[in-house]
Design a protein around this ligand. Structure first.
Ligand code: SAM
Ligand code: SF4
Length: 329
């Protein structure tokens, strides 16, 4: 098992499949993109599957989420999903995606064994979408989410980040749209993980702000806390349910004490936290001939050093060197 010194057990693995992306969300990437990882540094499909297999077979991982960058840009995605779906015990498999191009591949992903999709969408207005992502792809995203739903990759969850004076007036509209489509909406507080270091605590839209805006239009009842477990989203039943809305308040209501995650970057580094400042190199060890046992041991050792919390509120807080897109959100 992957246990840290505070007794937390990681059972949920986030695998970044690429640091590249076809959007340029302002809270994530600069307009001209970033210096991408060199091709040879990126794990091959077989290397990804081997590390996931070790995590599932030897380390107790039962949930695997593929992310990026934009994971749909990874050519071998369907094959990677199929190989992971064949593992024993079979892990729960999901994908976090901006949904651009998802319409074309949703059915193939479902057939390969993907269980669910989390799409990201911060605005329903085409002009704002272009301003926020620096690309004109709103229709593509909407079609992608609909295709995921139609392919049975449901419940489709939609992540939205609100920013002050950009889209913070859309909380109610986004929820109405999600309810109308049968999607589960989750708002995520903006975190200091952008390459441009543009995050400003004083200007961030907090969980409290979002809740207050939603409550002006909807009756929200907190879901019983035993439903939350280690899930980062706090959830509310909307107008008595069964529809729900979630808020992931990583900044103002951190959930580090119940964190059950471990992360693998596209270049084969284990990270114990989004905000970790240290990584453990599995790619180098693997390419130098390490056995499955040795790789599992390295992962276990890395996990033991997981910090108690992300430390965003500590006076000495330093953003990690890698931005979100290169860690895997
Ligand atoms: N490209 C895919 C997507 O957008 O869903 C997967 C990677 S993206 C980094 C994963 C999630 O992180 C998205 O929902 C995105 O909105 C969120 N995200 C990116 N930067 C963030 C930030 N600085 N604070 C909070 N969430 C962020
Ligand atoms: Fe790309 Fe996702 Fe970052 Fe937007 S949030 S730039 S879609 S990686």
């Amino acid at each position: 098992m992957l246990v840290d010194r505070y007794g937390r057990v990681a059972t949920d693995l986030r695998v970044s499949l690429t640091d590249r992306c076809n959007l340029r969300c302002t809270y994530c990437m600069p307009e001209n993109g970033l210096a991408w990882l060199p091709g040879p540094d990126v794990l091959t499909d077989d290397e990804v599957v081997r590390l996931v297999r070790i995590a599932v077979e030897r380390l107790g991982i039962n949930e695997v989420r593929f992310t990026g960058g934009e994971p749909l840009l990874r050519r071998g995605l369907v094959d990677i999903v199929a190989a992971c779906a064949a593992l024993e015990p079979r892990p729960d498999l999901s994908l976090t995606t901006n949904a651009v191009g998802l319409a074309r591949i949703a059915a193939a992903l479902a057939a390969a064994g993907l269980d669910r999709v989390n799409g990201s969408l911060d605005t329903l207005r085409a002009d704002r979408f272009e301003q926020l992502t620096r690309r004109k792809r709103l229709d593509d995203v909407l079609a992608g989410l609909a295709a995921a739903d139609a392919a049975g990759l449901s419940p489709v969850k939609v992540n939205a980040v609100l920013m002050r004076d950009v889209n913070d007036d859309e909380a109610v509209d986004l929820l109405g749209w999600a309810l109308g489509n049968g999607y589960e909406l989750r708002f995520i507080e903006q975190m200091p993980l952008d390459a441009q270091h543009g995050w400003d605590r004083a200007r961030m839209v907090t969980a409290g702000d979002i809740l207050a805006a939603l409550q002006r239009h909807y009756h929200l009842t907190p879901e019983a806390s035993d439903h939350r477990g280690s899930a980062p989203a706090e959830r509310w039943l909307v107008d008595g349910g069964p529809a729900r809305v979630g808020i992931i308040a990583s900044v103002t209501r951190p959930f580090c004490g119940t964190c059950d995650r471990t992360r693998l970057t596209a270049d084969g580094q284990v990270r114990t936290c989004l905000f970790a400042r240290e990584e453990s190199d599995l790619r180098g060890a693997m390419r130098a001939g390490a056995s499955d046992d040795e790789l599992a041991q390295r992962w276990t050792t890395a996990m033991a050093g997981k910090a108690a919390g992300h430390g965003i509120d500590d006076p000495g807080f330093l953003q990690p060197d890698r931005p979100m897109s290169a860690i895997g959100g």
